[in-house]
Design a protein around this ligand. Structure first.
Ligand SMILES: Cc1cc2nc3c(=O)[nH]c(=O)nc-3n(C[C@H](O)[C@H](O)[C@H](O)COP(=O)(O)O)c2cc1C
Length: 386
């Protein structure tokens, strides 16, 4: 073969490989983060759907929720909205007693109520109105009222869980932490505990990493968690739920490479999560917090705890702060109870709370972001209506 022919073949190979890469990049949505049908609900959440009060539901589905399982359903009439848990969308051994699912319903309810107030409705809320149906989380009776606009409403489409590194050179001022904890004053039986002194922060961080190790070592928890990971762009656009690569706030090059390469094995994915927890989530937290309630098995308190989380998340968004739930300790404590094994993390949580009158509901971290968090997919509100 002469030299010119070799060069021609080499050139064609490079072009083909380039095209294949470009196609893979396109197919995997490398340059499309936040676009497509799966992200439309973030953009059209204020669309008019009169005469029924549908906009509060459009706001509700943008709420935080465990593993982005979106475990909710809504029934809307002219003057009421009923909120139901969609228990089939549970996250298995990660949440065996539906603690997180019920909190997620509380998060949705909070967005719904903030949007209803901004729409000019006064709302009367009955939690768990049907003793025969524990999935019936709330009945919200609406009547014409005064429009109440708030920065929390404006933050609804901007709020995203931030899993990126936080600014290690910036602590969160004590008055901001106090302001955050005070947001739950009207939610009886809920409270926030802060771990921001160096020693308390180090101890909490170590426990979170240890609990992550325990989840990774528990085959069932690992599998049930992975079930909600959406590795391909097509999967993400089809199911419009679950945890995505874009929601990890990885450096752009790493994110693009992760999208282009074949999905990681379960073992490698677990390892990557453990590493991110240790080196990013825990290592860069300015402080840890813990939402506590008087009875963590009581669904009304879980719903109120969820409302508090959503409110805190909207408030932090409006102040330029970042937050991320880090539920590993609670997930292990529930799993210990389910399996009847020694309560290692159950005891650790009790020690962190250090008050027999209160029980741990959800640990989280807070700090100033170094990268902007991206939105997660959402199912259309019509698909969650009864
Ligand atoms: C009850 C509850 C538990 C959660 N636990 C975790 C967690 O342990 N780790 C994490 O990174 N995110 C956690 N999240 C955040 C969700 O994964 C996130 O809300 C969901 O993927 C939707 O994304 P968004 O909040 O950006 O809209 C939790 C959220 C809720 C409401």
């Amino acid at each position: 073969m002469n030299r010119r022919r070799v060069l021609k073949i080499a050139g064609a190979t490079v072009v083909l490989a380039g095209s294949a890469l470009a196609w893979r990049a396109f197919d995997q949505g490398v340059f499309s983060a936040g676009s497509g049908a799966a992200y439309e609900p973030w953009k059209n959440w204020q669309a008019d759907e009169s005469p029924r009060p549908l906009r509060p539901v459009r706001a509700a589905i943008l709420a935080a929720n465990p593993h982005n399982s979106q475990p909710w359903r809504f029934r809307v009439t002219d003057n009421a909205i009923d909120v139901f848990a969609d228990t089939g969308r549970n996250i298995g051994a990660i949440d065996p007693f539906l603690r997180e699912m019920t909190m997620g319903i509380g998060c949705a309810l909070e967005n719904l109520l903030i949007a209803a107030a901004t729409e000019g409705y006064s709302a009367e809320i009955r939690l768990l109105p049907d003793p025969g149906n524990p999935a019936h989380a709330a009945h919200v009776l609406l009547a014409p009222g005064t429009r109440i606009s708030s920065p929390l409403y404006d933050a609804i489409p901007k709020r995203h869980t931030n899993r990126g590194p936080y600014d290690t050179g910036r602590s969160v001022p004590a008055d901001l932490l106090e302001g955050l904890a005070a947001l739950g004053a009207d939610l009886p039986g809920t409270r926030v505990i802060w771990f921001n002194a160096p020693e308390a922060r180090a101890k909490t961080g170590e426990l979170i990493v240890a609990a992550t190790e325990a989840i990774v070592a528990d085959r069932q928890q690992s599998v049930d968690s992975a079930r909600w990971f959406r590795a391909s762009w097509q999967q993400l656009q089809t199911f419009r739920d679950g945890i995505t690569l874009d929601a990890q706030s990885l450096p752009p090059f790493v994110n693009a490479a992760a999208k282009m390469l074949p999905p990681l094995s379960q073992e490698s994915a677990d390892h990557a999560w453990l590493q991110a927890t240790r080196e990013r989530h825990v290592a860069t937290a300015a402080a840890f917090g813990l939402i506590v309630v008087q009875d963590a098995r009581d669904n009304a308190m879980r719903i109120r705890g969820g409302r508090l989380w959503q409110r805190m998340h909207l408030w932090t968004t409006s102040k330029g702060l970042a937050v991320q739930p880090l539920n590993q300790m609670s997930e292990r404590a529930d799993r210990e109870l389910q399996l009847g094994i020694a309560p290692r993390f159950g005891t650790a949580l009790k020690e962190l709370v250090a008050d027999a009158g209160w029980q741990a509901l959800m640990p989280f971290r807070i700090g100033y972001p170094t990268v902007e968090a991206k939105p997660s997919p959402r199912r259309d509100f019509k698909s969650v209506m009864i």
